[in-house]
Design a protein around this ligand. Structure first.
Ligand SMILES: *Cc1c(COP(=O)(O)O)cnc(C)c1O
Length: 394
């Protein structure tokens, strides 16, 4: 069995599990309680906050724990919108290929009177800083652009966008869920005001994440209740999850320098192997992409059937996003980079990690070759393409 869907979720690391179990056994108190048991939990919580902050170049006071990436995205955007509205600024700049946690929050804000400009994502899967700059207006209160895309893995020019936002006095949020723990992220270098992360994308547990908010950027609480997280997020903290997240992130950061080049080498071999299949195309820039992300379109096939047949061969992959699987709509990300519907339907994302071996890579290439050829064998679209009734696009 080969697991190649690490962009959807990752297996918890031994370090994260150990930290979590130890916390559940030994520091299970309520961090808000004043007696010793509570204070032990409070210490564990604050240590985790300090560890996480140091990995991304933040101050511990700038980290708020959340239930994951979606909540962090919602809170970041809602907070910036509330701050903007106070000053009569109701315009937000984003891009068309953001995660739905961002896009759907923006949709909700539009109904509340905000205006949203989505900058173009070019064919290479990259946003252009100069186009972000051109989209800025007097009343722009927020720019939100993801660090790396979850489907096609392209890494955005975050530092440049951050710099220009800072120069123009506009808040900058980045959904860094796919980047954190995989590539270097530093909130100071990148001039980021708000940043979202989720533990289960870097070998931590599900249901826990964090939001970085630069000192002075006031967060709006999405949940009413107690005064936890300095009043920015009510509810007793998920201490075991948070401690495990810190352990996972620490380990990911420590291993990044040695792991990333190895993963990247295997990624490049996969790209080479799958690129040799006729009428296929890599989605997103070849170089500016996450070390473990491979995303292809194969003309004349359906991504869903491809996934099912790969599953039969013991390969767990995805057509792009866990959120859109089960729906018949092609990926909004592939449409954003200009793939037409027919082509976008035939997509495959393989997201590998440090556990993927060279042998796994060769097995995946062989399996995809076989399955694509098999499916094309009885695809009406493929027949139309090969008989010249339809023109090949790829
Ligand atoms: C997974 C993901 C999210 C959502 O994170 P959850 O912790 O699952 O809520 C948000 N943005 C991106 C880019 C993601 O990949």
């Amino acid at each position: 069995m080969i697991y190649a869907d690490n962009a959807a979720t990752t297996k918890m690391s031994a370090a994260a599990m150990d930290a979590m179990t130890a916390c559940m056994k030994e520091t299970w108190g309520n961090p808000s309680s004043l007696y010793g048991f509570g204070q032990n939990a409070k210490e564990a919580l604050e240590q985790a906050r300090a560890d996480i902050a140091s990995v991304i170049g933040a101050d511990p006071k700038e980290i708020v724990f959340t239930s994951g990436g979606s909540e962090a995205d919602n809170q970041a955007i809602r907070s910036a919108a509330a701050l903007g509205a106070k000053n009569g600024k109701r315009h937000i700049v984003s891009s068309a290929f953001e995660h739905h946690a961002v896009l759907h929050t923006l949709e909700a804000l539009k109904k509340e009177g905000f205006e949203v400009t989505l900058v173009d994502v070019h064919e290479d899967g990259l946003v252009r800083p100069e186009e972000v700059k051109a989209a800025l207006r007097e009343d722009t209160c927020l720019v939100t652009i993801m660090y790396a895309n979850n489907e096609i893995g392209t890494i955005q020019p975050i530092e440049e966008i951050g710099e220009l936002c800072q120069k123009h006095g506009v808040l900058f949020h980045t959904d860094a869920v796919q980047a954190i723990g995989h590539i270097s992220v530093n909130v100071q270098r990148d001039h980021v005001d708000l940043l979202s992360a989720s533990a289960h994308k870097f070998h931590g547990p599900k249901g826990v994440g964090f939001l970085y908010a630069k000192k002075g950027v006031r967060l709006t609480s999405l949940i009413e209740g107690g005064a936890q997280e300095k009043g920015k997020r009510a509810g007793t903290e998920n201490v075991p999850g948070i401690v495990a997240m810190a352990a996972a992130l620490q380990e990911a950061a420590d291993r990044m320098e040695t792991d990333a080049p190895l993963i990247q080498k295997r990624r490049d071999r996969l790209i080479e192997g799958l690129g040799a299949i006729a009428h296929s195309a890599l989605n997103g820039d070849r170089g500016k992409r996450l070390p473990g992300n491979v995303n292809f379109c194969f003309e004349g096939i359906e991504g869903e059937s491809l996934l099912l047949l790969l599953d039969d061969k013991g390969i767990q992959a995805s057509s792009g996003s866990a959120c859109t699987s089960g729906s018949l709509d092609p990926s909004h990300v592939l449409l954003a980079i200009g793939r037409v519907h027919d082509v976008a339907h035939g997509s495959l994302r393989l997201s590998i990690n440090e556990e993927t071996s060279d042998a796994d890579v060769e097995e995946m290439i062989k399996a995809v070759e076989e399955v694509v050829a098999y499916l094309r064998g009885f695809s009406p679209i493929w027949r139309d393409l090969t008989t010249g009734k339809k023109q090949f696009i790829l």
